[in-house]
Design a binder for this molecule. Structure first.
Ligand code: C2E
Ligand code: CA
Ligand code: CA
Length: 651
């Protein structure tokens, strides 16, 4: 508000400003609380003054007018009392009420003053003093009660107190003139104090308002991802529980999707974090464009995003929309001079069909994502009844794994890796076997992932490695041991050092040992895998890249690792004689391994036809049911005896 001239300043002083709704409401609240009290005091004082004048003044002045005034006061009093129960009005209503109050207060003050002054001529000195006392005390009470409405307060002061001072000053009677002077000073002091008090009140309201705004802004920021400006994890879970409540109430469906970018880590590693951040920002932007009243999109962290979709129609519509989201993210991203392609995999779950509780939703979508990442990257993986069964099966496995006597129940089976040219075994791959008293034989593909998820894999690996080494130490020096490591075994230097210690203590020369690491492990944390592979090589062990061709690693990532072998996955081998594409892939992988001076093991050779083609393509190291199935440790010696001639003939 400009405070240019004295007129403007005066206008500001006496106007009910509409600039600040919060102030208006606060004024209203403070004021409404005090008004009934004011009217009670006013009525009581009025009757006390009337009582001392009965007999002196005419009855219409001592009874009729006080009755009228009391009725008016009572009406206002009940009005305010009722308003108090109704709760806070809105700003406009508060402003209207305050304006009216200003006018009414003026009218009332005028009425009471005029009445008191009308009594003045009738009595003696005592009653006149009472009139003066009445006017003085009443005015101070009114000023006090009106302090939160500045214009009302000032007009009351002017009429009530001004009237008092003028009237008694004009009586010429010394006592009254003195009283008028006292009243004038007191009024000035009172107004000064009350105005200061009012200023403090507005400051306080302003401060509270600022604090509230800051709080609201903090809340907004707390729910916002700072990089992408999308709602964050916390906001997502809040939105999710609200959406579930809505769906429950209206008996509608909704879908929850967890989106994970494929191959984001390599981009981060290759082009730096700044580029990674820029990419995430653009992903956020694209997702934000897809959000509307029915679709909530958030960033959960890292390269993980999430979606809540409501009211899209039938199940197909939800899946179609999810596909649309993935398709949108498949379009190339332009980062300055860099054009980047990423794909996004989404795990999708529909509520309430396949997730009875809101709490299940996130976990199930995440589960579907996990399988989508393995089975069809870059697409939508819908949580299915099969997933549900798998979850239950995994829960049973987890339960059993936690309570099992693993030392006794875990064993290793050995499958030879053949050197086809010589017909001799190069090594045995150790394969985990778990026989649980209730669950029976649990395949490693089922329990290893559960052990990884639950952190039990370290124990499992140690037991298996110790058992495998204890067998290998009895084999001929020329036969090696190939052992599968989970990426969790390589997660830290401490995890690895325990395993290295086992090898050192085993009596098996490290040069006879190959450690197999899967391509997915390398993809997950290239830098750590590089360190781990370096440590293994340092000890003298070989490092094989398992399941080659199933992941999405780039050549540069693989070249960064100190590998000694690659193992071509079974999927390129099965029925290769009828699959020209598989043939091409295997041929180029063999060429690649030759160029990189790496050994190349071809896995899963089951038939003579496959073998013939693979030999034709130049393959020599092979593994598969055609040569031998995985066998228990006690069968190895016999099997070896059988292939001893070939072993002896090997250069
Ligand atoms: P993998 O490392 O690729 O192991 C080869 C799997 O293929 C073994 O299955 C083996 O029995 C099977 N296999 C070998 N030749 C043939 C064939 O000609 N045809 C077919 N159809 N299959 C063949 P297994 O023993 O069930 O192991 C499955 C997976 O579990 C392994 O795949 C490996 O990823 C994991 N695994 C096994 N043992 C361990 C272990 O001790 N530690 C860790 N971390 N993972 C293990
Ligand atoms: Ca393997
Ligand atoms: Ca393999």
């Amino acid at each position: 508000m400009p405070t240019a001239g004295p007129i403007a300043r005066l206008r500001e002083l006496v106007s009910v400003t509409s600039a600040e709704p919060a102030l208006l409401k606060a004024q209203y609240r403070a004021f409404a609380g005090q008004l009934p009290l004011m009217y009670v005091v006013l009525a009581a004082n009025t009757w006390l003054l009337a009582s001392t004048h009965i007999g002196h003044a005419p009855a219409w002045l001592t009874v009729a007018v006080p009755v009228l005034l009391t009725m008016a006061a009572a009406a206002r009093c009940t009005h305010w009392y009722r308003r108090r129960g109704k709760g806070a009005p809105d700003a406009a209503e508060a402003q209207r009420a305050l304006r009216w109050t200003g006018r009414l207060a003026l009218a009332m003050a005028l009425a009471f003053t005029l009445w008191a002054l009308a009594l003045y001529p009738y009595g003696d000195a005592w009653t006149r003093s009472h009139v003066a006392f009445y006017l003085a005390t009443t005015s101070l009470v009114i000023l006090l009660c009106m302090m939160h409405v500045r214009p009302a307060m000032l007009s009351v002061a002017l009429v009530f107190n001004g009237g008092f001072v003028l009237f008694f000053a004009l009586t010429g009677q010394a006592t009254f003139v003195a009283m008028a002077a006292a009243m004038a000073t007191m009024t000035l002091v009172f107004i000064y104090t009350l105005l200061r008090q009012y200023r403090r009140f507005t400051d306080l309201v302003g401060e509270r308002l600022r604090a509230e705004r800051l709080g609201a802004e903090n809340l907004r920021l707390a729910n916002l991802d700072s990089l992408t400006r999308l709602p964050n994890r916390r906001a997502f879970f809040t939105a999710l529980s609200r959406a579930c409540e809505r769906a429950d109430q209206r008996r509608t469906r909704l879908a929850v999707g967890i989106i994970d970018l494929d191959g984001f880590k390599p981009i981060n590693d290759l082009h730096g974090h700044a580029a990674g951040d820029r990419l995430l920002k653009q992903v956020g932007k694209r997702l934000a464009q897809l959000a509307d009243a029915h679709v909530h999109l958030a960033r959960l962290g890292g390269d993980e995003f999430a979606m809540i979709a409501e009211d899209l129609g039938d199940d197909e519509a939800y899946v179609a929309f999810a596909r649309q989201v993935c398709a949108r993210l498949r379009e190339p991203f332009q980062l300055q001079d860099l054009s980047l392609h990423v794909t996004a995999t989404m795990g999708l779950v529909l509520y309430p069909d396949l997730a009875g509780h809101a709490e299940d939703l996130y976990e199930r979508a995440d589960y579907a994502l996990y399988h989508g990442k393995r089975e069809h990257r870059g697409g939508v993986s819908l949580f299915s009844a099969d997933h549900h069964r798998r979850i239950q099966h995994e829960a049973a496995i987890e339960q059993a794994l936690r309570n099992a006597d693993l030392e006794a129940q875990l064993t290793v089976a050995f499958q030879p890796i053949m050197c086809v040219a010589s017909g001799a075994p190069l090594a045995f791959e150790a394969l985990a076997r778990w026989c649980h008293p209730k669950l029976g034989q649990v395949p490693p593909a089922d329990f290893i992932p559960v052990a990884e998820r639950t952190g039990l894999v370290h124990r499992v690996t140690r037991i298996l490695l110790a058992k495998a080494l204890a067998e290998a130490v009895h084999w001929p020096e020329a036969v090696g041991l190939s052992f599968n490591l989970s990426m969790h075994d390589l997660g830290s230097a401490e995890d690895l050092s325990g395993l290295l210690e086992l090898i050192r203590a085993s009596g098996v020369h490290p040069a006879r040992i190959d450690m197999e690491i899967t391509e997915t492990a390398i993809l997950n944390d290239t830098a750590q895998m590089q360190r781990a592979a370096g440590l293994l090589r340092g000890l003298g062990c070989g490092v094989s890249l398992d399941d080659f061709g199933t992941g999405f690693s780039s050549l540069s990532q693989l070249l960064a690792l100190p590998l000694t072998k690659i193992k071509i996955d079974r999927r390129f081998v099965t029925g290769i004689q009828d699959k020209p594409t598989s043939m091409k892939i295997v041929r180029s992988l063999l060429a690649l391994s030759r160029d990189m001076e790496l050994g190349c093991v071809i896995e899963g050779v089951e038939t003579a036809d496959e073998l013939a083609v693979l030999q034709e393509l130049g393959g020599n190291l092979m593994q598969g049911y055609l040569f031998a199935r995985p066998m228990p440790p006690e069968a190895v010696a016999g099997w070896l005896r059988h292939s001893l001639p070939a072993l002896a003939a090997r250069p």
